[in-house]
Design a protein around this ligand. Structure first.
Ligand SMILES: [Cu+2]
Length: 481
C-alpha cells in the first residue's frame, strides 16, 4: 500500500483510544534512499480499522512504528551509521537512527505514556534529548547532566507521559556537534487529545538541516563551524526533495523544525500566505497570528504554519537565504561578473584541457550545461525544470496543487498553465499597442549555450586537481582586470 496515499486518505482524528501494532512490511523503498544499516524500521502504517489521529506525512521520510504493551506506547530507536543519499549524485556516510537520516518521525498523542528504547550501534557514546517535550529532568537525555551516556552496545530506556501537543524534535545530546552534524536528529509530533478543530487535509513535517561535505568526500565534516555547503529538507537537497502535493481546497498544515548547526532559515512559500499557528512552545491564539509568506526558523525551534491550497500550480518553497539554495562547489573564487574571460580560457586550457571559466554572467549556468562535476558531488545549483533550468538547489522543494491528484499518491508532474496564464516573450503587437519602446542596444538574443568538449569543471578547479600555477594565473588575471 502506498503510504502517503493511505495517510492522506486517513480518517479524521478522534482523539479517542489508540490502536497500534507493528506492521511487518518491507522497508519503504523511496527513490534514492539507500540504507546499509541493518536497522529494522518499517514505516508505521495504520491498520484498516484505525480510528486514531491522522498521521503526518514526512516527505522523503517515514513514521516510526510502535506497539502497545499494557497501555504503554513502546518505540525502539537504534542509533547507527547510515549510508545516505542527499540527491542523486551525492552519497555520504552519516549517523542516524533505524537506517535513516534523519531518524524516523515519532508520533504520539497527548496523554500517551511512551517508553522509548534507544540502542547504541555506533562506535561512540550517545544520548537522545526530547527537544521541547515537558518531562522529568532525568528523562531529558543530556549526557553528563541528566544521565550517563549510552555506551556502544548498550540500550537505554526513556519513559514519560506526554502532557502537551505540538511539533517537537529529538536529537543526540552527547558530543552534540559531531553527532547532530552527522545527522542524529528527528521530528517528534504529539497530536492533541481533544483537537480544537478538525485535522488538516494534508499534514506535512519537514526538518531543516545543514552539512559540510567536501566535494568528493564520503563523510560529512562534523568539525565545520561556519562554512556549510549542503542544505537539506528532511536530509535531502533539491532535486532530491519530494514535492508536497495538495488538492485545490485542501487545508494544509506544514510543521517545520530546524536543527541546523549554525543557521536560521527563512522558509518562503510562493503563491500563498499562511499563518504561523504554533511554535514548539504551544499553539498561538488566533488573535496573535498574523499572515506571512516567509517564516523565520531559528535553529533549535519548530514552527507550524497553515493555509488553504486554493490556487493550482507548481509553487516553490525554499529558504530565502540564497546560499542555502546552492550546493557545494565553488563559492570561493573571485567576482567575475562582467569580465571577458576568453583569453583566460585559452591559457588555462593549455594546462587543464576543457577548462572554462564560469561566473562572468552569474552562477545560473553552473548546472545546466551538462558539464561534468567531480565524483560524489552535486552541481552548485538546480536541475532541469519544465520550461528551463531551475537555478536553485539545496533547501528547495515544490508545492504541487492540482484539481485532481494521481490516485496512487504519486507526484502529479509539472503544472500545465491554462492558456493566457503563462509568462512568455512579449508579442510585437502587444508592445506596439501598449507603447513599450525597447532600448536600441539590446544584447543579441541567445537561447543556446554550449560547453567546451572534454572534461570541464563548473567554477574553480577543485583544489586536489588544480596545479598551483592555474590558481595563481586566475588570481593574477582577476587582479589585472
Ligand atoms: Cu536557509
Amino acid at each position: 500500500m502506498n503510504r502517503r496515499n493511505f495517510f492522506t486518505g486517513a480518517a479524521a482524528a478522534t482523539g479517542g483510544a489508540l490502536l497500534a501494532r507493528m506492521v511487518p512490511t518491507a522497508r519503504a523503498a523511496e527513490p534514492g534512499m539507500k540504507a546499509t544499516s541493518t536497522g529494522t524500521t518499517t514505516p508505521f502504517v495504520p491498520p484498516a480499522d484505525w480510528k486514531g489521529y491522522k498521521p503526518v506525512i514526512t516527505p522523503n521520510g517515514l513514521t516510526l512504528p510502535f506497539k502497545m504493551v499494557n497501555g504503554v506506547k513502546v518505540y525502539h530507536l537504534v542509533a547507527e551509521s547510515v549510508t545516505h543519499e542527499f540527491a542523486p549524485g551525492l552519497v555520504a556516510e552519516c549517523w542516524g537512527y533505524n537506517g535513516r537520516v534523519h531518524g524516523p518521525t515519532i508520533e504520539a498523542v497527548e496523554g500517551d505514556h511512551v517508553r522509548i528504547y534507544v540502542t547504541n550501534r555506533l562506535s561512540a557514546p550517545t544520548t537522545v534529548h526530547w527537544h521541547g517535550i515537558l518531562l522529568p529532568s532525568g528523562m531529558d537525555g543530556v549526557g553528563g547532566v541528566s544521565q550517563k551516556a549510552i555506551q556502544p552496545g548498550e540500550t537505554f530506556k526513556y519513559e514519560f507521559t506526554l502532557k502537551q501537543h505540538g511539533t517537537y524534535m529529538y536529537h543526540s545530546h552527547h558530543d552534540e556537534m559531531t553527532q547532530m552534524q552527522l545527522g542524529m536528529i528527528g521530528l517528534f509530533v504529539v497530536h492533541p487529545k481533544n483537537p480544537s478543530k478538525p485535522p488538516p487535509d494534508r499534514d506535512y513535517a519537514v526538518m531543516l538541516s545543514e552539512w559540510k561535505i567536501e566535494v568528493g568526500a564520503r563523510r560529512p565534516d562534523p568539525n565545520e563551524m561556519t562554512d556549510f555547503n549542503v542544505f537539506t529538507m528532511n536530509a535531502r537537497s533539491f532535486p532530491g526533495t519530494q514535492s508536497l502535493v495538495a488538492k485545490v481546497g485542501d487545508r494544509v498544515r506544514l510543521r517545520i523544525g530546524n536543527l541546523s548547526t549554525m543557521s536560521h532559515h527563512a522558509i518562503h512559500l510562493h503563491g500563498y500566505y499562511f499563518k504561523v499557528v504554533a511554535t514548539d512552545g504551544g499553539e498561538i491564539p488566533e488573535a496573535g497570528q498574523w499572515p506571512e509568506t516567509t517564516v523565520h526558523m531559528p535553529t533549535g525551534s519548530t514552527r507550524t504554519v497553515e493555509f488553504v491550497a486554493n490556487e493550482p500550480g507548481d509553487w516553490v518553497m525554499h529558504c530565502h537565504m540564497l546560499h542555502h539554495v546552492m550546493t557545494q562547489m565553488g563559492h570561493t573564487f573571485g567576482n567575475l561578473i562582467g569580465i571577458n574571460t576568453e583569453g583566460l580560457n585559452k591559457k588555462i586550457r593549455k594546462l587543464v584541457p576543457g577548462y572554462m571559466v564560469m561566473g562572468q554572467d552569474g552562477m545560473g549556468d553552473m548546472g545546466d550545461m551538462g558539464m561534468a562535476v567531480p565524483k560524489n558531488s552535486l552541481p552548485m545549483v538546480g536541475a532541469p525544470g519544465q520550461h528551463d533550468y531551475i537555478t536553485m538547489g539545496g533547501m528547495f522543494t515544490l508545492l504541487k496543487v492540482r484539481d485532481e491528484l494521481p490516485a496512487d499518491g504519486s507526484d502529479p508532474g509539472w503544472y500545465q498553465a491554462p492558456p493566457g496564464t503563462q509568462a512568455g516573450v512579449a508579442p510585437a503587437d502587444d508592445l506596439k499597442r501598449d507603447g513599450i519602446e525597447l532600448p536600441k542596444d539590446l544584447p543579441k538574443t541567445s537561447t543556446a549555450r554550449t560547453s567546451p568538449k572534454g572534461e570541464a569543471w563548473c567554477g574553480p578547479v577543485p583544489p586536489s586537481k588544480a596545479p598551483l600555477l592555474v590558481k595563481n594565473e586566475v588570481t593574477a588575471r582577476i587582479k589585472v582586470q
